[in-house]
Design a protein around this ligand. Structure first.
Ligand code: SF4
Length: 479
């Protein structure tokens, strides 16, 4: 990064296309962070749309106000005085995101997929004439089929490409056939002496394919340059933060995740409540019941989760004491009690007590920490288990829907662990989610993507008790 005269951007959508153009940025760290965070928010929202299987039209409707708010880009015809500023912001933020998301194969693939979705949205949204000017400005060696040639090839063109059948405007361009192998293979073009006659309607998919190709190779190049950036102690932490928040949105623990009112978790009802736990916590709970023991990090992860449920310190100590059946009171007091009190902020330094100990871990934290070693059970099973073992574990918890299990395999194959977890949640609460939607009982934000184990619990509990009073339920479970 460094100084260079401000660039001018000719087109609304070309900024992201020319990845070879390095951004020369002179910007404060705070502005930079703000710029890239808004950009990564846009990408996360797009991923949510894909996860929710929104159609292209629904995605466009959902994203339109978000793009206008976070990353506006207007066509030249809008005559906005902010055109150059908004295009510059888009260029800078893309460039930094590319640095952040090029480190691993998985990040590169996801980033490329989402940027391609964004490009497609913007391409469709552009002013038609400017879009054509933009396409013409690309060195694609496309030649429009003239009127004379259209007359000569008329019937063949229409028969081979299907153009004109539905009152579609007739138009084709010519290109060497090697440049459009998919269209040739799927017989969507007319082939003549090595030239493919391509209907205009296919133009977008060619531009988008080219976009992805250029972006992928730019990401590869960026990845190779990354080690040199490690020395920059201003940029490195920002890049690390960004790539982590892309793994799963970072959601801080919110004390409203605790169920209020009459709900009182206690040392005796954790078994009953565990049916609402996400896999990371139900796995710890089951292991604890099987072995009457958990290793340090598993204990800490589970203690904080229980604390987030609203379990009091006294009940938490009692819960662990009863669970560790095979050891004496003395050993428990000596080796385990202090750590539980520490997690609750009951002991330790001033800062720990003032801060009331540690906060429950988010999915992002669990998905980015070091993998568990032999005999350890902490972390997120969607990440730490092999796909086969994960499916077996899910089946043990009652998830048997083949489509869901197939989707989970695909998600974890793409390292979209929290997406797999949300998929399972939506499947196991399908009926209740439909009901709260149909009856307008919950608003959309209450059904947002889950990114915290305590949110998973709270949502599951509330959905499964839509008609019950939690207090009565708790009473029944305690009897
Ligand atoms: Fe737990 Fe989050 Fe993993 Fe789900 S995605 S199992 S809530 S860590």
């Amino acid at each position: 990064m460094g100084h260079k005269p401000a660039e001018r951007y000719s087109f609304y959508i070309d900024i992201r296309f020319f990845y070879s153009r390095v951004a020369y940025i002179c910007i404060s760290t705070i502005c930079l962070l703000d710029t890239v965070l808004t950009s990564s928010t846009v990408l996360s929202e797009l991923e949510t749309c894909a996860f929710r299987n929104r159609s292209p039209e629904e995605t466009a409707t959902y994203m339109s106000p978000l793009l206008e708010k976070h990353l506006p880009l207007h066509a030249n015809s809008s005559r906005s005085s902010a055109l150059q500023d908004e295009r510059r912001k888009d260029h800078y933020s893309h460039f930094i995101l590319r640095l952040a998301f090029s480190a691993t194969e998985d990040l590169r693939r996801r980033f490329s997929r989402l940027e391609t979705m964004l490009f497609r949205l913007r391409y469709k949204d552009d002013d038609a004439r400017e879009r054509q000017d933009f396409v013409n400005s690309l060195d694609f060696a496309w030649e429009m089929v003239g009127e004379k040639e259209k007359l000569e090839l008329g019937d063949d063109l229409r028969a081979a490409t299907g153009v004109g059948r539905k009152g579609e405007e007739e138009g084709w361009f010519k290109v060497e056939w090697e440049r459009v192998p998919e269209l040739v293979e799927s017989r969507r073009v007319l082939l003549k002496r090595g030239t493919a006659y391509v209907p205009l309607r296919e133009q977008m998919s060619l531009v988008v394919t080219e976009f992805t190709r250029r972006l992928d190779s730019a990401l590869e190049l960026t990845a190779r340059a990354l080690p040199r950036l490690d020395e920059d102690d201003r940029l490195s932490p920002i890049l690390t933060h960004l790539s982590r928040s892309f793994t799963a949105p970072d959601v801080a623990y919110d004390s409203s995740s605790t169920l209020a009112g009459d709900f009182h978790p206690n040392a005796s009802n954790i078994d009953a409540l565990s049916q609402h736990f996400p896999l990371c916590m139900s796995h710890l709970h089951t292991t604890l019941r099987q072995n009457s023991h958990l290793k340090h990090y598993g204990r800490l992860q589970y203690t904080l989760f229980l604390k987030g449920l609203g379990l009091s310190l006294e009940d938490c100590i009692l819960f662990w004491r009863r669970s560790f059946k095979l050891i004496t009171d003395e050993k428990f007091a000596k080796e385990y009690r202090y750590n539980i009190r520490h997690a609750y902020g009951d002991v330790g330094g001033d800062a720990n007590r003032r801060g009331r100990g540690y906060t429950p871990y988010s999915c992002q934290k669990l998905l980015t920490e070091a993998l568990p070693g032999a005999g350890q059970t902490h972390g997120c099973p969607y990440r730490t288990f092999t796909p086969d073992n994960l499916v077996a574990l899910l089946q043990q918890t009652g998830v048997s829907d083949r489509e869901v299990l197939k989707g989970v395999r695909e998600d974890v194959g793409k390292q979209r662990y929290h997406v797999a977890c949300n998929r399972v949640f939506e499947s196991t609460h399908k009926r209740e989610i439909k009901r709260v939607k149909d009856e307008g009982l919950w608003n959309a934000s209450e059904l947002d993507v889950i990114a915290h184990p305590n949110t998973y619990f709270k949502r599951s509990f509330l959905l499964k008790h839509l008609d019950d009073k939690p207090a009565e339920e708790m009473k029944r479970e305690n009897e």
